[in-house]
Design a protein. Structure first.
Length: 196
């Protein structure tokens, strides 16, 4: 009989207190995860703008045009800087003198040159908005089948292209959207970029 008297369970009040503490801890963890993901999106923008600066400098300093390619895979968002002289055919002539115009050309190049920069994980979406050659509006969302190609004029440093590689569209706003949204505005005539 004495053994049965010593066994005690949780009271209803104790259960409520434990549940309240767990709810507070879970709420704190959710907020912390949001803070981490926000930092990852902001870091993606910072890395992207640093790469834009590098491409602009390389383009003005090196032989041949240099382009930045922004693309997405099932693992995340990447960027790759490629000078046209990295792809040469017979006699050292560039195979793609105007850079890659299709995602399949970029993918083929990446099989032998896989060292691209990871900008973000797969939870960040990249969208682009801009204008067409006729002055209309255009937009796209980066996926596994497309890319954004950005290049600069060698003489003026202005943007020569910011499009999907095969059109005359100019994407003047590149958005990185995770839990937080950040964007980079590209000023075509000056070659500048502004984080928003």
């Amino acid at each position: 009989m004495s053994l049965l008297k010593d066994k005690k369970g949780f009271s209803l009040v104790e259960m409520i207190i434990v549940m309240a503490v767990m709810a507070i801890l879970i709420g704190g963890m959710v907020s912390y995860m949001g803070y981490i993901n926000n930092g990852k999106t902001k870091k993606s923008i910072a890395s992207f703008t640093t790469k834009l600066d590098r491409v602009q400098t390389d383009n003005m300093a090196k032989d041949g045009d240099t382009y930045l390619y922004l693309y997405k895979t099932s693992d995340g968002v990447y960027c790759k800087i490629v000078n046209v002289n990295q792809c040469t055919g017979a006699g050292g002539v560039p195979t793609y003198p105007d850079g890659f115009t299709q995602r399949s050309e970029l993918d083929s190049f990446l099989t032998s040159n896989p060292d691209a920069t990871v900008l973000s994980g797969k939870k960040v979406d990249v969208k682009a908005e801009g204008v067409t050659a006729t002055g209309g509006s255009t937009s796209m969302e980066l996926d596994n089948n497309n890319m954004i190609k950005i290049g600069f004029d060698k003489v003026t440093g202005a943007y020569k292209c910011s499009n999907n590689g095969s059109s005359t569209d100019f994407y003047n706003l590149i958005k990185f959207e995770g839990l937080q949204h950040y964007s980079v505005k590209l000023v075509k005539s000056t070659g500048k970029h502004i984080e928003k």
